[in-house]
Write a protein that binds this ligand. Structure first.
Ligand code: ADP
Length: 267
């Protein structure tokens, strides 16, 4: 895209979006042969919306996550946040990864405070108040002085979320954040995340290969094809929350998402 064009286009519904992904393609150069990870990916995420990206392994989900985060550059196309092209990570986009990557030598409170050390606490807060608020949000008020090794996997992921929220970014980008926790913990993390989303009204862009997780959490699901990743379809999940995972509407949408993969395999 050249500088005279405006971000977003009516066809892909990205013209009013807070995050606008415009015709993004990505080819990794490698020592053997180039790897085409994404081809012409376009979609938008509205302010305050919860959007998941689902797709099989290798479909470029982490790649699009990294491009939106500003950790990786697109080969073609561009990502815009609030109309500005993304060129690097910024305080407007908090990130949460599968591996919580907490500093083991820091306490939970010190880990959450990490992002505030450079930019300071958001308006109206001291650092200590902001840390306390974020630990309350993730339901870990009593763990401020614990070290990561003293926590369960699920608790560590909660600290990772608290750390991402500390600087109060309008956008939360999450890459398979619950990929390595057991099913029961996952369900509790899902409820916790939806509570946080309801309370803070963040825009959430959530990458997962777990269709059920995407249906439980999202307003819309962007379904990626196998490699190279393209957008097969965008599915709206019009079910009231909290959602019943065994309800008819829920299973219908799960089936609908799955059918896109099956159609693709049959081709
Ligand atoms: P997903 O998250 O859906 O599993 P990825 O975005 O991790 O998919 O990867 C998409 C494709 O790009 C895969 O074929 C992967 O091997 C390749 N890939 C990812 N990162 C790199 C990289 N840094 N260098 C070369 N190839 C890469």
């Amino acid at each position: 895209m050249n500088s005279t064009e405006t971000p977003g286009d009516a066809e892909s519904g990205t013209d009013t979006a807070q995050i606008s992904i415009d015709d993004v393609s990505k080819v990794y150069s490698s020592e053997t042969s180039p790897v085409e990870a994404l081809r012409d990916v376009s979609f938008g995420v509205e302010r305050g919306e919860f959007v998941s990206i689902v797709g099989p392994s290798g479909s470029g989900k982490s790649t699009i996550f990294r491009i939106v985060a500003g950790l990786e550059a697109a080969t073609e196309g561009a990502v815009f946040v609030d109309g500005e092209p993304v060129t690097e990570p910024g305080p407007d986009r908090g990130m949460v990864f599968q591996d919580d990557a907490l500093f083991p030598w820091r306490t939970v409170a010190e880990n959450v405070a990490y992002g505030l050390e450079e930019v300071g606490a958001p308006d109206g807060y001291t650092v200590a108040e902001r840390v306390e608020y974020c630990l309350d949000l993730v339901d870990l008020p009593d763990k401020a002085d614990a070290y990561p090794k003293e926590l369960s996997g699920g608790q560590r992921q909660r600290v990772g979320i608290a750390r991402a929220l500390a600087v109060d970014p309008p956008i939360l980008l999450m890459d398979e954040p619950f990929g390595s926790v057991d099913a029961r913990t996952k369900a509790s993390l899902h409820r916790g995340l939806l509570n946080i989303w309801t309370e803070t009204r963040k825009t959430i862009c959530f990458v997962t290969h777990d269709i059920e997780e995407a249906v439980y959490l999202s307003d819309r699901i962007v379904v990626f094809s196998g490699a190279p990743g393209t957008v097969l379809n965008i599915v709206s999940v019009d079910i009231d929350r909290p959602r019943n995972r065994t309800g008819e509407a829920f299973t219908d949408i799960k089936g609908q998402v799955l059918s896109y993969f099956e159609d693709e395999e049959a081709e």
